[in-house]
Design a protein. Structure first.
Ligand code: NAI
Length: 331
């Protein structure tokens, strides 16, 4: 039976697709040494974000033919090493877009309506908070969207069409796609930070974007403005954000991601009352988790049953090398 390694247990619906067809095992840990041992005789790996498939692991797994990611990102796979060995790296673009976009909208609404403060006050018997007028309306407010890819575009659409917000977008690569939308694109991040009532981040962590939200940009925001991050913690100068939040130089923040995850227990963000936090859980809805496991398992099933998996991230490199994109001898 073909051996499949799971870097971590997957949702039972995904498991079901593998049962009876494959010999499925789970890696004992995400440590490289354990993965080398666990992967040495497997033909497929289903990879969650808990582990990294390094060149060393790939080179110690002579039978490995396919690595199937349960998400869109392949930053935890040495794709070059896999391509050199003719191994398919499959991913799932857009599998959790709706979940992440909804989470960003939820953070925006939570901040606008000051739900954390309201909830605390009611529990503490401070009913008079209802007269404090700390909540705001979103209609007509400016949402600055950084990164108009699949998630950013969805957040813009939901906030524009559903909530009546004005969209100010910054994305040097995708402006053309939105020429028919009533969105204003700016070529300068400074303008976006200066004008937006809410800023939401949706670009990847790359050497160009790391630390892109600088102290200067944060301090250029209106004192009534909020920042929401469901992309990556590394995009923001976290120390500067904490300073600005403490000094009330901005009104608040909604954060699903942090520079260090989980954040250290002494991280000051955990003590501030003008932030709402979630544990990098934007994608982890029931629906998206089920889809992530079933579609990642399906890619493995398709490959070994002689069909080309739907999304092959390194397809170009594999074609150049003349690698077959499905397994010919059925099992
Ligand atoms: P995508 O690849 O569809 O879109 C990314 C967009 O960022 C592209 O339009 C690209 O042109 C733009 N971009 C690249 N460099 C930029 C720059 N310097 N300035 C402005 N825009 C730039 O990616 P998608 O699916 O929309 O995801 C966005 C990010 O969300 C991911 O990279 C990931 O970090 C994060 N994410 C977070 C999750 C969570 O659980 N919190 C789950 C899934 C994704």
């Amino acid at each position: 039976m073909i051996k499949v390694l799971l870097s971590q247990e997957i949702h039972p619906e995904g498991r079901k697709l593998l049962e009876g067809k494959f010999d499925v095992r789970i890696a004992p840990s995400a440590a490289e040494a354990d993965l080398i041992e666990a992967a040495k005789d497997v033909e497929a790996i289903i990879l969650r974000t808990n582990a990294k498939i390094t060149r060393k692991i790939i080179e110690s797994a002579p039978k490995l033919k396919i690595i199937s990611r349960t998400g869109a990102g392949v930053d935890n796979v040495d794709v070059d090493a896999a391509t050199e060995k003719g191994i398919l790296v499959c991913n799932l673009p857009a599998v959790n877009n709706v979940s992440v976009a909804e989470h960003a909208v939820a953070l925006i609404m939570h901040l606008a309506k000051q739900l954390s403060a309201m909830d605390r006050a009611v529990r503490e018997g401070k009913w008079s908070i209802r007269n404090s007028n700390i909540a705001v309306e979103l209609e007509g407010k400016i949402l600055g969207v950084i990164g108009m890819g699949s998630i950013g575009a969805l957040v813009a659409k939901k906030c524009h069409d559903g909530l009546g917000m004005k969209i100010l977008a910054y994305d040097p690569y995708t402006k053309e796609k939105f020429k028919d939308c009533d969105y204003e694109f700016v070529g300068d991040l400074k303008e976006l930070f200066r004008r937006a009532d809410f800023v939401t981040l949706h670009c990847p962590d790359t050497p160009q974007t790391r630390g892109m939200v600088t102290r200067d940009l944060i301090y250029s925001m209106k004192p009534t403005a909020y920042i929401v991050n469901t992309a990556r913690g590394t995009l923001i100068d976290e120390k500067a954000l904490i300073d600005a939040l403490k000094e009330r130089s901005i009104a608040g923040a909604g954060l699903d991601v942090f520079t260090e995850e989980p954040p250290d227990k002494d991280n000051e963000l955990l003590k501030l009352d003008n932030v709402v936090l979630s544990p990098h859980s934007a994608a982890m809805t029931k629906e998206a988790t089920t889809r992530m496991s079933t579609e990642a398992a399906q890619a493995v099933v398709d490959y070994f049953e002689g069909r080309q998996p739907r999304y092959i991230f390194n397809i170009k490199g594999l074609i150049e090398k003349g690698v077959e994109l499905s397994y010919k001898s059925r099992f």
